[in-house]
Design a protein around this ligand. Structure first.
Ligand code: 26Q
Length: 822
């Protein structure tokens, strides 16, 4: 029997080679002599996609016709990272493809590096959605991720004269081989206008929303493959377009330019991702984006549900909808509108379906980051939803009054409408009232939620609250980004840890083994050398791979305190200047991260890092013992190169401010030791890895609150600590800015006279722990032991664990193994 493998499904090296050549010639019309690197990237990607399609169609068929419940994840952001290498790993054909590409005369790495990543998210929240999509598929859970197909994702960051400059992210410029446009799957979305009210012939009150305009959402689907399983779930992103009728009408009336304008206005909605995280901006277009994708998604779910022959009343048995923060929380009012106005249900029945459908994840503790919308702006976009929100609120406040009789503080705080100089809508309250479950993203975060921003909600419905500590996918954050460490681990404990991360525990018994320690540190050094080459290629800078790689990579934000890190760097620099022969461990400080374009102080922090770097890196007294690197354009692609090279992970946010953090997990998983506060998931990481393997410093969340309530005077820390004073004075006197004394004033003033984030209060404690780290790094064998133990004990932080908890405790869904259908 000669088995001839199909050119579109065969997994052998030969079949893959044929598939690539076939695509190049028959799809792209190219032959080897004229094919570009991108042509080859496309050919390989299509060859991989072909091998995912049977899994994908089989999964979708089975979910839609089956009795199973489907998880619907609603997120305004998905920070997926490049697909090619990930799909090769999950399909388990990495080595075959490597060989196939080699035989065609190329290197697979070279083609993998060609992919432009879809940067459809800002940071932690978007990346979490991507890790969760990976785990859902890997655990064979039926799921759809819904979101927006932004034409431009998060801006590209360049550094010019030390300042951040932004460039548009035209990620689709070379085409996207991973998505399939489903032109036939589209929905109309109304916007603006007014509500016409009348009583129909049966005496029923009818609310007729006459929109100001209508946009069409078109589905673009990307398969999300599970790791070594048949499951391929769907990520369905909506692109906004002008409805056909729109341009026809104007066109026929001879208003050609009007038709063109309408097309542009409609396409604007999915044009660009808003680049702010945490600090929110109440822009009309942002509200339109949120409503647009949520409306398309709910219409799509209802459509899928009804097509299977089921009744609308049972919707919640087919779908459970998870809200990734409040960004999609307008879905609660939209669900009510669809059930009331389109499906003609009664209020109580509609409310029952709605509140059995939605669950809400909160990702912040900063009160200023809770989403609100100016009521008039809201009314101008969603007049019918405003009515519905008022009605939800009216009924809800009756219940509140019954429970908290006469307590006006409680009623004000729980109301969906806020009143100040202007009225506004509180989206966290809408999400909370309309959801059957509310969760925080780390144990400390959930506890603080219950005590602060959602305190009154917790008192009103404690049964809704639970914690779901975040996790990260070991497929991307270990197997894909750190293949050398993956290989070393697998050589000792086999490869089942990739699906069951708790099995990393098996490494503990090698932590003291000198041979294993050496192999471990060799892998680390190799990764540091790779990053060293990358830094040289990108910045032309030479760093020492034997030095301690001290890494802080994340969005730039005052609460994350990159400037505390800078104060420490200057402190070390001053010690060297005072005593040039001082014995300190050579360190390379690596920063990366984007600032929101309108966030002045964050941009100033970037400038400060670069300004300090310029002085420190070029001072001959330093003798290359300190290097400061700002690696530009932090994104998933760059993160994958940075995490494996870290010795030290900086997780130094003001206690009580970072909801969870997930970079902290990726770094520790890759063997970095953490210097951190008791904030977010740091608390749980420290519990797992052991307090002796974690460098703790700083005030606790309680102490931060206490210090503040007693009247915190940062100036006194400055006055009483001569080293701190010296550092701040240098920044102020222009030591790092060619004597320009104005440039950093906004930053130093805010530290001296306000210091919301307790940088000065934590300075001494931070410097002291850093001195301990310096000492610890000198003992190579002990450092290796601690590093191994970090990795060995990080099993809890797999997103597989998080998703299992969501499935069992919130969604009540089970896995559905997929059978391949020919
Ligand atoms: C909202 C309205 C208008 C414009 C923008 C936004 C917006 C966009 C993104 C608000 C917030 C975000 C992103 C927040 C975020 O990334 N939060 C992080 O979520 C992680 C996953 O749970 C946590 O680990 C981090 O602690 C948290 O900061």
């Amino acid at each position: 029997n000669i088995l001839v493998e199909d050119a579109r499904t065969g997994l052998s090296v030969d079949a893959l080679k044929r598939a690539i050549s076939n695509n190049l010639f028959y799809v792209q019309g190219k032959y080897p002599e004229i094919a570009t690197r991108n042509d080859y990237f496309m050919a390989i990607s299509y060859a991989v996609r072909d091998r995912m399609l049977q899994r994908w169609t089989s999964s979708v068929r089975q979910y839609i016709s089956g009795k199973n419940k489907i998880v619907s994840y609603l997120s305004a952001e998905y920070l997926l990272g490049p697909h090619l290498a990930n799909n090769l790993i999950n399909l388990d054909i990495y080595s075959q493809m490597e060989q196939a590409v080699k035989e065609l005369g190329f290197s697979l790495d070279w083609l993998i590096d060609k992919e432009v990543e879809p940067g459809l998210g800002n940071g932690g929240l978007g990346r979490l959605a991507a890790c969760y999509m990976d785990s859902l598929a890997s655990l064979e859970v039926p799921a759809i991720g819904y979101g927006i197909r932004y034409q431009f994702g998060i801006f590209e960051q360049a550094i010019s004269d030390g300042w951040q400059v932004e460039d548009t992210d035209n990620w689709l410029r070379r085409g996207n081989p991973w998505e399939i446009a489903r032109r036939e799957i589209s929905y109309d979305v109304k916007l603006g206008g007014h509500v016409q009210r009348y009583i129909d012939e049966k005496g029923k009150l009818i609310n007729n929303w006459i929109p100001g305009w209508v946009v069409k959402g078109v589905a673009y689907d990307t398969p999300i493959l599970g790791y070594k399983v048949n499951t391929a779930n769907t990520l369905r992103l909506w692109k906004s377009e002008a409805p056909r009728t729109f341009d026809f009408q104007s066109f026929n009336a001879g208003e050609y330019s009007n038709a063109v304008n309408q097309k542009i206005i409609c396409e604007n909605i999915s044009k660009v991702l808003y680049p702010n995280d945490e600090q929110i901006e109440g822009k009309k277009l942002r509200l339109q984006q949120q409503y647009f994708f949520v409306s398309c998604s709910l219409q799509d779910m209802i459509n899928i549900h009804l097509r299977s022959g089921d009744k609308i009343e049972n919707f919640y048995e087919k779908f459970v909808v998870q809200l990734n923060d409040t960004h999609p929380s307008i879905g609660i009012a939209e669900m009510m509108r669809l059930l009331l106005d389109v499906h003609r249900m009664e209020w109580d029945d509609a409310w029952k379906v709605t509140t059995k459908t939605f669950a809400y994840t909160n990702h912040t503790l900063l009160p200023e980051a809770l989403e609100t919308w100016d009521l008039e702006l809201f009314a101008s976009v969603l007049p019918r939803h405003l009515d519905i929100i008022y009605e939800i609120n009216k009924r809800f406040l009756v219940d509140v009054t019954l429970k908290f009789f006469g307590n006006h503080q409680k009623i004000d705080s729980l109301s969906l409408i806020g009143e100040g100089r202007r009225k506004y809508i509180k989206m966290a309250n809408l999400a909370s009232v309309g959801s059957f479950a509310i969760n925080g993203v780390a144990s400390l975060h959930t506890e603080l939620l219950k005590k602060t921003v959602l305190k009154d909600w917790y008192e009103f419905s404690p049964e809704k609250f639970s914690n779901k500590t975040n996790g990260v996918t070991p497929r991307r954050w270990m197997v894909l980004s750190n293949p050398q460490l993956t290989k070393l681990i697998t050589s000792k404990i086999g490869d089942t840890w990739i699906k069951h991360l708790e099995e990393l525990k098996g490494l503990e018994k090698y932590a003291e083994d000198p041979e294993f320690q050496q192999a471990w540190m060799e892998v680390k050094l190799e990764q540091k050398k790779k990053l060293t080459r990358k830094i040289h290629g990108t910045l032309g800078m030479i760093v020492n791979p034997e030095s301690l790689f001290d890494i802080q990579v994340k969005r730039i934000h005052e609460y994350k305190r990159q400037h505390l890190n800078v104060l420490h760097i200057i402190t070390l620099y001053n010690r060297i200047k005072r005593n040039p022969d001082i014995d300190i461990v050579p360190r390379t400080f690596i920063f990366a991260g984007k600032s929101a374009p309108g966030y002045r102080k964050a941009k100033l922090i970037i400038k400060l890092i670069n300004a300090v770097g310029k002085v420190v890196n070029n001072d001959p007294d330093v003798k290359d013992r300190l290097k400061v690197v700002f690696y530009p354009n932090y994104n998933v692609t760059n993160a994958q190169k940075i995490y494996p090279a870290a010795d030290l992970s900086e997780q130094i946010s003001t206690a009580g401010k970072e909801a969870s953090g997930t970079g902290n997990m990726k770094l520790s998983l890759n063997g970095a030791l953490t210097v951190g506060t008791l904030d977010g998931a740091n608390v749980e990481i420290r519990e797992c890895v052991g307090e002796e393997n974690f460098f703790l410093f700083g005030l606790t969340a309680d102490e931060v609150e206490k210090t503040k309530s007693e009247g915190y005077r940062p100036w006194e820390y400055y006055k009483n600590n001569k080293y701190l004073r010296e550092v701040i004075d240098q920044i102020n006197d222009g030591y790092f800015s060619q004597l320009d004394q104005l440039i950093f004033k906004e930053l130093t003033d805010s530290l001296l006279y306000d210091d919301q984030f307790m940088v000065l209060a934590d300075y001494q404690s931070y410097v002291e722990i850093q001195d301990k780290i310096d000492e610890a790094f000198r003992d190579k064998s002990n450092w290796a032991r601690m590093s191994i133990l970090n990795t060995a004990r990080m099993g809890k932080f797999s997103s597989d664990r998080s998703i299992r908890e969501y499935c069992n405790e919130i969604w009540k869904v089970e896995s559905v193994p997929v059978e391949l259908i020919d």
